[in-house]
Design a protein around this ligand. Structure first.
Ligand code: CA
Length: 530
């Protein structure tokens, strides 16, 4: 009798240890083959709309810390925080102090705890760095304007008297329509985005030393990387100057932390993005593949991934030519774009397909908070793209009020997060499976891509990816019909089935060289080691 109870307990213990959530971080990593390098799965968070830890309706840093287990459990191992530094606006892309935390989000101690808790979970923390412009209320700008207003009619500005006159683009004439008057003076300043966002002069050595100090500060706090806002506007659309600026800053940061990461916003076509890889910095967001009209969503709408996989090869060729160490940064949408649920009419099947395509891309994918549950936006107003994370319909713990100026009544067509957690076939659990596949197969992020030509027809598409001598095949059947694929006579012949992504619990099966693929599915096969 006793023996039977004991063996029942043993079986129970074994079962518990097999539940992925029950594993310790270390075990999970060994099991998932996670490599500690610049290839990560990033989750983009707008802190103010994410999770409110103290009930004032404003999302905060402690709220992010509270939700780190959720982030890690999904399979993310990197976070991009939108700006957290003091600012007069809700979005905080106009900074008044580059070495502090906005009090609406919490304190520097909260930030230190967040860094520590991220690192405990092997999550790298990347913060937004807005180097193109400051707030018009930044002390540098205020002092410069006061000085210029005090000059006599014939007096020239002198940086020895006021160093800050060098910090911005001041001129005695209105150089363009994006120049504004310095009040009470004969001078103008550049504000390409907005009058309250004066453009910094990044050619100035004094400004560069300031930003080197700012890098010291955040790297000293344990920040793992910067997301460089508006990098193609540093010197308005001047690729040569801007890549030099990125190169200087990245090299500086790397001298402080050899593993430091940098991902830049260059909202441009594929050619221009490739040119910015000439900066030698690791990542550029892949705007060519992103957005409602980008390659991934086009593929979802057409039900055919063959054009997307051809682009994967083009990206590899064009980007690696400029920087062999490049890490692509694909994403579906971000805080400046209408949400993917709007672009795909909240079709859960199509949203899953978009997620599947993103998670099979090379590099480090970025997922904007709420995308994993199919949240919606409304129109073109920025506030409406940054609405409160939809944790629950019945429990308002942690729910935020959202940005001032946001329209009321923007409702998800898909259920809230707590309901999707419990549903194995939800979009959220699709994301989780896709992230897991990615974590189990390092070839997906890091492998050299080749087209599997003979399989890119009849609505199918396929590639191979090879990383450190190991090759996988990814086969896409993203249309509405199930298909039987003959892998014999192809690059994928004789491989074994490594995993699959399907809509609602269907299975991909491989017998011999015959691969049966359900509708809208992606299968991964892997070469058998000799
Ligand atoms: Ca709060």
């Amino acid at each position: 009798m006793k023996t039977r109870i004991l063996s029942a307990l043993l079986v129970l213990a074994l079962l518990v240890s097999l539940i992925p959530g029950g594993l310790q971080t270390g075990d999970r990593e060994a099991e998932l083959n996670i490599i500690d390098d610049n290839y990560r799965n990033y989750y983009e968070i707008f802190v103010g709309s994410f999770y409110d830890s103290d009930g004032d309706g404003m999302g905060d840093l402690n709220g992010v810390t509270e939700k780190l287990d959720y982030v890690a459990d999904m399979g993310f191992n990197g976070i991009w925080l939108m700006p957290v530094m003091p600012s007069p606006t809700y979005h905080k892309y106009d900074v008044t102090d580059y070495e502090a935390i906005d009090s609406a989000y919490g304190t520097m101690d909260d930030f230190k705890i967040l860094v520590e808790e991220c690192h405990k979970r092997k999550i790298r923390l990347v913060i937004d760095l807005v180097m193109n412009h400051s707030s018009s209320r930044h002390l540098w700008f205020q002092e410069a304007c006061a000085y210029l207003a005090g000059l006599e009619e014939d007096e020239k500005p002198d940086a020895a008297e006021c160093p800050y006159v060098e910090y911005y683009h001041f001129s005695e004439k209105q150089e363009s329509s994006s120049y504004y008057e310095v009040p009470g003076s004969r001078f103008w300043y550049e504000g390409a985005f907005w009058s309250e966002m004066p453009d910094l002069n990044l050619e100035s050595e004094a400004v560069r030393s300031e930003f080197e100090k700012i890098a010291d500060y955040w790297i000293g706090l344990g920040v793992d990387g910067f997301r460089m806002d508006a990098a193609m506007h540093y010197e308005e659309n001047d690729t040569e100057d801007n890549t030099e600026i990125l190169n200087w800053y990245y090299n500086y940061c790397k001298s402080k932390n050899p593993d430091f990461y940098m991902v830049s916003e260059v909202w441009a076509n594929e050619r221009t993005i490739a040119d910015y890889y000439g900066s030698g910095t690791p990542s550029m967001f892949n705007f060519d593949a992103a957005g409602a009209e980008g390659k991934m969503m086009q593929a979802v709408r057409s039900g055919n991934a063959s054009s997307l996989v051809r682009s994967m090869v083009t990206y590899q060729e064009d980007f690696s030519k400029k920087n062999p160490e490049y890490v692509d940064a694909p994403f579906l949408t971000n805080h400046d774009m209408g949400r993917v649920a709007n672009a795909l009419m909240s079709s859960e099947d199509k949203l899953k397909m978009a997620a599947g395509l993103l998670m099979m891309m090379n590099g480090s994918p970025f997922v904007y908070y709420g995308e994993e549950i199919g949240m919606k936006s409304a129109g073109t107003k920025d506030e409406n793209k940054r609405i409160p994370m939809f944790w629950s319909e019945t429990d308002d713990t942690g729910m935020t009020d959202g940005p001032q100026g946001m329209d009321a009544g923007i409702e998800s067509s898909l259920p809230p997060l707590d309901e999707q957690m419990k549903d194995e076939t939800s979009l959220l659990n699709y994301y989780k499976r896709a992230l897991r596949l990615r974590n189990e197969n390092p070839e997906i992020a890091r492998g050299t891509v080749n087209l599997a030509d003979s399989l890119c027809e009849g609505g199918l598409a396929a590639v191979t990816k090879t990383y450190e001598g190991s090759t996988i095949g990814i086969i896409y059947n993203i249309g509405e019909e199930e298909k039987t694929v003959d892998l014999s006579q192809t690059e994928l012949s004789g491989m074994k089935l490594q995993g699959f992504l399907t809509l609602n619990g269907q299975e991909g099966t491989l017998s011999g060289n015959q691969l049966d693929m359900p509708e809208r599915s992606i299968c991964i096969v892997k070469s058998v080691k000799n």
